[in-house]
Design a protein around this ligand. Structure first.
Ligand code: SAM
Length: 272
């Protein structure tokens, strides 16, 4: 279903998760949180009709945006021309190589009111390129932000919490009501800041093994580690990593998952 907008950019496309921000106060708070300084390499994901793009361009003068909807490219280009230098990457953001985009320049500052239907894939995609990213300021469903920032033991603590908190500092900033968007989404939204950790604070673990263990552990949420991890490691290996095989994934800290992922693969499966 398409929903009319009053901007002259055309209609909002539900399939592309288009909910356009119109509340000035919210736009200003995002800009304040981002706090652009000269020389920053700012990349906006999903500029839409320019709610964040144009104020950012006025403030910073130079911006790259990644937009998938071809119908928005010409109006964005026209409206941006008097404001500053806007580079438009017309692609699916999930196919954009952030490391290549950053090149030898400063690491990227990603910002965006994300399409909620693909927000988790975008977060995982950004994680893969975390060393090319300085920070991220994203508008997401509040429920997703709650999961991102959740602590062990919380009902919403899960794979997203562990994966993001392992590699980034996650700070929820503020909540935004549906009325700030046209059309309004059915859920509350929230803005979150993610800052990839410097090398000295990143966990010492093979990222692929870590991701594999975390996925398996939360794949069967109600199961004990012994059962959920049965294809990855045996109970002895879980105990060798200092964990209780009868525990559940949601009780483990990020460091606990690092310990599990660091059990040598031979040892992990020795008794199976
Ligand atoms: N930034 C605008 C605002 O706040 O009003 C628009 C936000 S809207 C929630 C999400 C934007 O992401 C839309 O412009 C949509 O076309 C774009 N988008 C959706 N899927 C995308 C994808 N895979 N790659 C790049 N942009 C995408």
């Amino acid at each position: 279903m398409n929903t009319s907008t009053d901007s002259g950019f055309g209609r909002a496309k539900k399939a592309l998760g288009q909910h356009f921000l119109h509340e000035r106060g919210v736009i200003e708070r995002i800009l304040q949180a981002l706090n652009p300084t000269p020389g920053d390499r700012i990349v906006e994901i999903g500029p839409g009709q320019g709610a964040l793009t144009f104020p950012l361009l006025r403030a910073h003068g130079d911006l790259t945006v990644i937009e998938f909807d071809r119908d928005l490219i010409a109006p964005l280009t026209a409206a941006a021309a008097p404001l500053g230098r806007l580079e438009i990457v017309h692609r699916d953001v999930l196919k954009v190589d952030f490391a290549a985009l950053a090149g030898d320049d400063a690491p990227l500052r990603l910002v965006g009111n994300l399409p909620y239907n693909i927000s988790s894939p975008i977060l995982f995609h950004a994680l893969e390129h975390a060393t090319a990213v300085r920070d991220m300021h994203f508008m997401l469903q509040k429920e997703v932000v709650d999961r991102m920032a959740a602590a062990p033991g919380s009902k919403v603590y899960g794979r997203l919490s562990v994966m993001l908190q392992a590699w980034c500092d996650v700070t929820p900033l503020f909540t935004v009501a549906p009325g700030a968007f046209r059309p309004p989404p059915k859920v509350d939204s929230a803005v979150v800041r993610l800052v990839p950790k410097p090398a000295t604070r990143r966990p010492s673990v093979d990222p692929a093994r870590f991701a594999h263990v975390v996925r398996a552990a939360f794949g069967q949420r109600r199961k004990t580690l012994r059962n959920a991890l049965s294809t990855v490691m045996d109970a002895e290996a879980i105990a060798a990593a200092g964990q209780e095989p009868g525990a559940r994934a949601e009780q483990l800290s990020v460091d606990d998952f690092v310990a599990l992922a660091n059990v040598p693969v031979d040892t992990a499966t020795a008794n199976r």
